[in-house]
Design a protein around this ligand. Structure first.
Ligand code: FES
Length: 590
């Protein structure tokens, strides 16, 4: 380590004799930074020793015609000014040098972070080129530089809006889900875990984003009633482009508060039975607006929203055609309801569940109509659907095809009814109940035995000396892909009286560091929220419900069964060390 004497920000870093002509030397400053000194044609140059690409020590690079080329991936820099000649690599920091009495002095300047714009541009570049490393590195550097997470996410969100708007696919809703759920899960963690989730979420929405013509509002005069009527008609006729212009006009005319309810109104129509993704994506768009406001989200919401409710549906197969007919005949029931005043919380939940699992769509929808007519509170019904799906995840046989995709859609759709209720109102949520019931019907191929949801779960108590030992045992099962035991262990852990919050937090951490993290994020996010919601005493939200433990049991089994244990997430780890200024430089210096 170099001992330095500082004089007006000038720091003495080496003797001239330490750097032989044509050679380079690395010196370590008191603050831990590694500086590279080059003696080229009798002149001394000083740069950061960490290559801005992936941290390789630049003292190992080659200098030719004033250009320094890193020896690892060949990125080149102007040795004097630091400018980089390649993509996906920011400029190199260089320092003024003065040689006085055979001593080398460099001017470090203040340590204030000044590269925010450069790193935001780097993030944008990484998102466009889908380069995992560049995205992780840019986020790590921005966070290290104190740039607020919100600013970083806004950039990712802007990219996502562009990316979706320039693709022709309505199934891009998955990217929105990964982003919003990643953010929600990330908020529950700190430091490396949080960076991991943020980088995962950002990487999962990367992709091409072409320029497109700006959508302009319809010329005036246009009234809201016309916009709403046209949107309904275009949704019926699968004309998404026309819907986008309607939505944009509504926003321009300051009707933004009416846009989500209108999108929901179209999406819960019987013709969209079987399009669970529509409702899930609308829920995510709603959450994005709630978190970031209209200005940041409008392009994304109008474009994706229009694609969702204006999608082509194709000819329905026989079961779906029947279901559309049955639901259509029941719409008047939902229209006549005053559900917000529905007070009933205690109802025959097992009868409702039996109807939903009857594998008969008429019985299933009759069951929904019956509980609505009986005045059961919507929150209570949503809780039933959430816990029913969790219970099925906790018990699905894993020997052949556990049906995780189908089951997690069931769970996440059920939970997203809460957003539909919040954003669209009770009647919208009541209609969405039929869509959730359809989803369960569509999953009738799953070989899960039927059981009363209100029956106690039973089971032993986990025989461990402490909460910590129990958590470690379960984490070990997850890591070793022991799906046979992990569900039982989680149940026994909870039976032993340990609160689940710590276990859930630790299980979540294990999941976000696995390379299935992108896949798990939406369900992890749902379980976090539903576990919290049902932790109180309100029975409408699941407080005291005997099936509540199944939320954690189902999640543990799911994450363990899909786990791959392939380590492809290390780029985030490396990026974090990179942002700290320690990567390969340290390795080579040691
Ligand atoms: S080019 Fe320097 S680390 Fe990749």
């Amino acid at each position: 380590m170099v001992t330095t004497r500082t004089e007006l920000q000038w720091t003495r870093v080496a003797a001239l004799s330490d750097v032989a002509p044509g050679e380079a030397k690395g010196v370590r400053l008191a603050d831990g930074r590694s500086i590279a000194l080059f003696n080229v044609d009798g002149r001394i140059y000083a740069t950061d020793n960490q290559c801005p690409h992936m941290g390789y020590p630049l003292t190992r690079g080659a200098v030719r015609h004033g250009i320094l080329t890193c020896d690892w991936h060949g990125r080149s820099f102007d040795l004097e000014g630091g400018g980089c000649f390649n993509y996906e690599c920011d400029d190199l920091q260089t320092f003024p040098v003065d040689v006085r009495q055979d001593q080398i002095w460099i001017q470090l300047g203040d340590a204030k972070y000044k590269r925010r714009d450069e790193h935001l541009r780097l993030l944008w570049e990484g998102l466009l080129s889908e380069d995992r490393w560049t995205i992780s590195k840019a986020i790590a550097l921005l966070l290290k530089g104190g740039v607020p997470e919100k600013r970083i996410v806004e950039m990712v969100l802007r990219h996502l809006g562009r990316h979706i708007a320039s693709s022709h696919d309505a199934d891009e809703g998955g990217a929105v889900s990964r982003l919003i759920n990643g953010l929600k899960v990330g908020r529950r963690y700190g430091d490396a875990d949080r960076l991991m989730v943020l980088a995962t979420a950002a990487r999962s929405v990367a992709g091409k984003a072409a320029e497109r013509l700006e959508v302009v509002p319809l010329p005036s005069p246009v009234e809201w009633d016309s916009i709403a009527g046209w949107t309904r008609m275009f949704s019926h006729d699968s004309q998404s482009e026309r819907i986008e212009r309607c939505l944009f006009t509504a926003y321009h005319l300051h009707h933004q508060d009416k846009i989500l309810p209108l999108l929901y109104e179209c999406a819960v129509e019987p013709r969209f039975l079987g399009f669970a993704e529509n409702l899930l994506s609308l829920g995510h768009l709603a959450e994005i607006i709630e978190s970031f406001g209209w200005e940041q989200s409008s392009e994304l919401v109008f474009n994706l929203g229009a694609k969702l409710i204006g999608r082509r549906r194709g000819e329905p197969e026989r079961f779906r055609r029947d279901a559309v007919g049955v639901m259509t005949s029941m719409v008047p029931i939902t229209e006549a309801l005053h559900v917000s005043t529905n007070p009933v919380v205690h109802y025959d939940e097992d009868a409702f569940v039996t109807a939903l699992l009857s594998a008969n769509i008429q019985k299933s929808f009759d069951g929904v109509a019956a509980v609505l007519n009986a005045g059961v509170k919507l929150d209570r019904l949503i809780t039933t659907l959430v816990l029913l799906s969790a219970d099925r995840m906790a018990r699905t046989p894993v020997n052949v095809d556990a049906g995780w995709g189908a089951l997690t859609t069931e769970l996440n759709l059920a939970a997203s009814l809460r957003i539909a209720e919040r954003q669209g109102g009770d009647r919208i949520a009541a209609k969405e109940l039929f869509h959730a019931a359809w989803q369960i019907f569509a999953n009738r191929w799953l070989n899960i035995p039927v059981r009363p949801l209100t029956a106690p779960l039973g089971g032993e108590k986990l025989d461990v000396p402490s909460e910590d030992a129990g958590v470690q045992l379960i984490l070990k099962s997850i890591a070793s892909l022991n799906v046979k035991d992990v569900g039982r262990q989680v149940l026994e852990y909870l039976n032993a009286g340990y609160p689940g919050n710590r276990l859930l937090h630790e299980m979540g951490r294990a999941m976000i560091w696995d390379d299935t993290n992108t896949q798990v994020l939406p369900t992890l996010s749902t379980v976090f929220e539903e576990w919290e919601r049902s932790g109180g005493s309100d029975p409408a939200l699941g407080g005291g419900h005997p099936a509540r433990y199944q939320l954690l049991v189902g999640l543990a089994r799911y994450a363990t069964d899909i786990r791959t244990n392939k380590d492809r997430v290390s780029s985030t780890n490396t990026a974090m060390h990179f942002a700290e200024g320690k990567t390969t430089v340290d390795v080579f210096e040691e």
